[in-house]
Design a protein around this ligand. Structure first.
Ligand code: PGA
Length: 249
């Protein structure tokens, strides 16, 4: 089976902590108006919690789905400030990022916690987008594969059944928000390394997105790589036209 053929392209916007009701309305209107240029690609946006209701209603019927940027690993209970996957599932949430490097770095999220969050999402019928990636220092030291393997270990340990309900996103930390992008070949090498591990577990069809300063101008060359199945887009997802051009690439 040629798994490249069964892996539909996926482009997800990560709005991070940006937006107001007014700016979101303009962005969402732009996305809905322009989405017809996108073919054979799943498209989604992950917005801050307070705006999910706005995103959900504005995107209804557009073919663009929506998700959260994080979830709790707990289903409910005394966890002030947390939001559970059960709650998000209640609103029809389709995706959630887990383990974004900003959460790992700024909030000390461990590899195991990220895997636990992925499990929680799957239980609620939400597809976790598990983010992994090495820092600049780790890359310089030639430790990329070692770091990726360590981050992936508790996720791969969940087994084929769970893995088949996930998406992975390779985001080298040094490329996030910096304007530096991994070259298509650098990204492909890491994606192929991840794909080999998925194949060993019998799930080569799991989609692997690339993230880190993806723009319309570099999307075509990244998407030309055989193991890059789409993109997780930060800054460029805040401009409707740019985001749609990436998805159309
Ligand atoms: P960027 O962010 O596209 O702004 O580099 C990507 C991400 O953090 O998901």
């Amino acid at each position: 089976m040629n798994t490249a053929l069964v892996r539909k392209r996926l482009v997800i916007g990560n709005w991070k902590m940006h937006g107001t009701r007014a700016s979101n309305a303009a962005l969402l209107t732009g996305l809905c108006a322009g989405v017809a240029v996108v073919h054979d690609c799943d498209l989604a946006v992950c917005a801050p919690f307070p705006y999910l209701a706005q995103v959900s209603s504005s995107l209804a019927g557009s073919g663009i789905s929506w998700g959260a940027q994080d979830i709790s690993k707990h289903e409910h209970g005394a966890y002030t400030g947390e939001v559970s996957s059960t709650m998000l599932g209640d609103f029809g949430c389709k995706w959630t990022l887990v383990g974004h490097s900003e959460r790992r770095t700024l909030h000390g999220e461990s590899d195991q916690l990220v895997a636990d969050k992925a499990v929680s999402a799957i239980k609620a019928g939400i597809t976790p987008v598990v983010c992994i990636g090495e820092t600049f220092a780790e890359q310089e030291a030639g430790r990329t594969n070692e770091v990726i393997s360590r981050q992936l270990a508790p996720v791969l340990a969940l087994g084929a059944q769970s893995l088949s309900q996930m998406v992975l996103a390779y985001e080298p930390v040094w490329a996030i928000g910096t304007g530096l992008t991994a070259t298509p070949q650098q990204a492909q090498d890491v994606h192929a390394f991840i794909r080999a591990q998925l194949s060993e577990l019998g799930v080569p069809q799991v989609r692997i997105l690339y993230g880190g300063s993806v723009k319309a101008s570099n999307a075509v060359s990244l998407f030309a790589m055989s193991d890059i199945d789409g993109a997780l887009v930060g800054g460029a997802s805040l401009v409707a036209e740019e985001f749609l051009r990436i998805a159309a690439a």
